[in-house]
Design a protein around this ligand. Structure first.
Ligand code: GLC
Length: 537
C-alpha cells in the first residue's frame, strides 16, 4: 500500500471521551450526548482525528454504563438516539470520526434476555444465552473462579442455579456458543454503523469464549492478583499464571472477529475500524487480534503502568513496534484511560508531558483520555462518594477507578468549573482552578497548548513518515543512560529522563519542547532536564 492511501486509522490520534464526565447540558450532574456535541469544536481544536466514546447505552449504571441493558438505545441520562445521530453528524461535519464502545462479553442483569432467563428456569433456551449451571452437590458454585472485580464470579438465583459473571454480579456473561447471541450482536454492530459511526472499541475483546467452565482453577487467587495492574508480582510468576486463563484469549474469539470483519468490510469505503481491548499473555498473542482478516488495532497497555525509566520505556516501545511489525500492523499507545490512574498523578507533571510528546511521535495510533491534555491529576475522592463496583466488591480494599473519572473543568474559578449547573456526580475541588480549559487555552505554556501544538506538528511531520531509528537507547550507542532518542523521517525526538540537562551533537530546528529552554550552540543542543524535544532537520 502506498503511503498516501493509508487508511485514516493507521496513524490516528483518538480522543477518549467518558461521556458522563465530559459536559452536562441538563443540570443533572452527569455529562450527556448534547454536551459532547456542544464541545466538538473544542475536540477538533486539539487536532485529533477521532473520538472513542465510552458507553452511553441504556444501563442501570452499576459499572459506569459497561453494564448494558439495551445495546441499541441511548440511556435517558445521556439523551436519546436523535442526540446520538446529531453528535455523529456534527462530528463528521468537523471531519472527526466516531468510535463507539461495544460490550459483547456481558449484558446488564436488567437486559430483557436476563430477565427472561430468570423467569424461564433451568434448562430453558433463555438461560442458555448466559452461563447458568447447577450448584455442586455440596451447594458451592460450579467452579472457583474469582471475579475481576473481587469475590466469586458466580451468583446464585432463586431456584438454586448459578450464573457466571467475570465482572460485577449485575453483569452476567453471555454464552457465545449460542448462535442467538452472535446474531444479536451482529445486529448491534450494524445498528450503530447504519446510524453513521466509523467503528468500535471492543470491551473485553479477549473474554467472549470460555473453556473448562466446570473445572476449578488450580490457583484462582494467584490468577486474580496476576490480572491486577496495581499488584506487584514477580514477573515470571505473573507470566506463568497468565499464560493460560480459561476465560481469556481462547482461540474461539478469533472466529468471532473474522465474522465481524466481514461486516465492517461490507461498509466499503466507510473505512470502518475496530480496536480490541485485549489483555493477553504472552504479548505476542496480541498480534492475532490484528491479523488481516480480524480487527484493525489492539490496545497496548504497557505504558499505563510503566515507570519513567529509560530502559523500561525503551523495552516497551521497541518490543511493541517489533511485535506488530510481524503482522504488518502498527502499535497503539495510551498513557491513561478510564480504568487506570491518570498519568500526571502516576508520574508527575513534567514527566507525563515528556512521555506524551515522546509517544505522540511514535508510529501507530495514540489514544488520549479526555483531561490528559490538561495534565489533570486523579480527583481526590473520599470513600463516601465512591461509585466503582470494585470498591464495593473488595470491601474497600481496592479504591477503584473513580479518581480518573472526575468530570472535566471547563471554566471559572470554583468547582464544578462549568461542567454542570447542578452537583457533579463525583466531587470536584477548587484546587483545579488553574487547570481549566479556559485558562489553559490562553496560556502558551499550558499542557493543553503543548498537546495542541504537538498534535498539529505530528500531522505535519510525523504521520506516515516511516519507521523509527534509535539514536540513543540502553542498547544503541549509549551515551547517556537518561536519554532516549530516535529519528523518524526528517525529524528526531529526544527525551531526557534525568534531572540534569544533556548536551547532544545535533543540528536542526527545535519545533517543540516540553520544558525549559533549549540552548543551541556550535552544533550542540542542550536538552533540559525531564523534557522531550522534537527537532526538524
Ligand atoms: C472493561 C472496561 C471497564 C469495565 C469492564 C467490564 O475493562 O474498560 O471499565 O469495567 O470492561 O465491562
Amino acid at each position: 500500500m502506498s503511503m498516501n492511501s493509508s487508511p485514516w486509522w493507521k496513524e490516528a490520534t483518538i480522543y477518549q471521551i467518558y461521556p458522563r464526565s465530559f459536559f452536562d447540558t441538563n443540570g443533572d450532574g452527569e455529562g450527556d450526548l448534547p454536551g459532547v456535541t456542544s464541545k466538538l469544536e473544542y475536540v477538533k481544536s486539539l487536532g485529533v482525528d477521532a473520538i472513542w466514546l465510552s458507553p452511553f447505552y441504556t444501563s442501570p449504571n452499576i459499572d459506569g454504563g459497561y453494564d448494558v441493558a439495551d445495546p441499541r438505545d441511548v440511556d435517558p441520562r445521556f439523551g436519546n438516539l436523535a442526540d446520538a445521530k446529531q453528535m455523529i453528524d456534527v462530528a463528521h461535519s468537523l471531519d472527526l470520526r466516531i468510535l463507539v464502545d461495544v460490550v459483547p462479553n456481558h449484558f446488564s442483569d436488567q437486559h430483557v434476555w436476563f430477565q427472561e432467563a430468570l423467569k424461564a428456569g433451568r434448562g430453558s433456551s433463555a438461560r442458555s444465552r448466559f452461563h447458568f449451571y447447577d450448584a455442586n452437590p455440596d451447594g458451592t458454585p460450579p467452579n472457583n473462579w474469582i471475579s475481576l472485580f473481587g469475590g466469586p464470579s458466580w451468583m446464585q438465583v432463586e431456584d438454586g442455579q448459578f450464573y457466571l459473571h467475570l465482572f460485577d454480579s449485575s453483569q452476567p456473561d453471555l454464552n457465545w456458543d449460542n448462535e442467538e447471541v452472535a446474531t444479536d450482536y451482529e445486529k448491534t454492530l450494524r445498528f450503530w454503523l447504519d446510524l453513521g459511526v466509523d467503528g468500535f472499541r471492543i470491551d473485553v475483546a479477549h473474554g467472549l469464549v470460555k473453556e473448562d467452565v466446570l473445572k476449578d482453577h488450580p490457583n484462582p487467587q494467584g490468577l486474580s492478583d496476576a490480572l491486577r495492574l496495581d499488584m506487584s508480582m514477580d514477573s515470571e510468576k505473573r507470566y506463568e499464571l497468565l499464560s493460560s486463563v480459561p476465560y481469556f484469549d481462547r482461540q474461539g474469539v478469533h472466529e468471532i472477529y473474522r465474522k465481524w470483519r466481514k461486516i465492517f468490510d461490507s461498509y466499503g469505503d466507510r473505512d470502518v475500524m475496530a480496536v480490541a481491548e485485549a489483555w493477553v499473555h504472552p504479548p505476542v498473542n496480541a498480534t492475532r487480534y490484528v491479523r488481516p482478516d480480524e480487527l484493525h488495532q489492539v490496545f497496548n497497555f504497557d505504558l499505563l503502568d510503566a515507570p519513567f525509566n529509560a530502559e523500561h520505556l525503551y523495552d516497551v516501545v521497541s518490543r511493541s513496534i517489533e511485535l506488530m511489525k510481524s503482522v504488518d500492523a502498527l502499535p497503539t499507545w495510551a498513557l491513561s484511560n478510564h480504568d487506570s490512574p491518570r498519568v500526571a498523578s502516576r508520574l508527575g507533571d513534567l514527566q507525563s508531558r515528556a512521555l506524551a510528546l515522546f509517544v505522540i511521535a511514535l508510529p501507530g495510533s495514540a489514544y488520549i483520555f479526555a483531561g490528559q491534555e490538561l495534565g489533570l491529576p486523579d480527583g481526590v475522592i473520599s470513600d463516601e462518594f465512591r461509585q466503582d463496583p470494585i470498591y464495593f466488591r473488595t470491601n474497600g480494599l481496592q479504591k477503584g477507578r473513580d479518581g480518573a473519572r472526575v468530570p472535566l473543568p471547563w471554566d471559572g474559578d470554583t468547582a464544578p468549573f462549568g461542567f454542570t449547573s447542578g452537583k457533579p456526580w463525583l466531587p470536584m475541588h477548587d484546587s483545579w482552578k488553574e487547570l481549566t480549559i479556559d485558562k489553559q487555552s490562553v496560556d502558551p505554556k499550558s499542557s493543553l497548548n503543548l498537546y495542541r501544538n504537538a498534535l498539529n506538528l505530528r500531522a505535519e511531520h510525523l504521520v506516515n513518515n516511516g519507521e523509527i531509528k534509535w539514536l540513543n537507547s540502553p542498547h544503541h550507542g549509549i551515551k547517556n543512560p537518561s536519554l532516549l532518542a530516535f529519528s523518524r523521517g526528517d525529524m528526531s525526538v529526544y527525551m531526557n529522563l534525568g534531572e540534569t540537562a544533556i548536551e547532544v551533537e545535533v543540528t536542526g530546528k527545535v519545533l517543540i519542547v516540553t520544558a525549559g529552554i533549549p540552548d543551541s550552540r556550535d552544533g550542540k543542543l542542550t536538552i533540559p532536564p525531564v523534557s522531550t524535544m522534537w527537532i526538524h532537520h
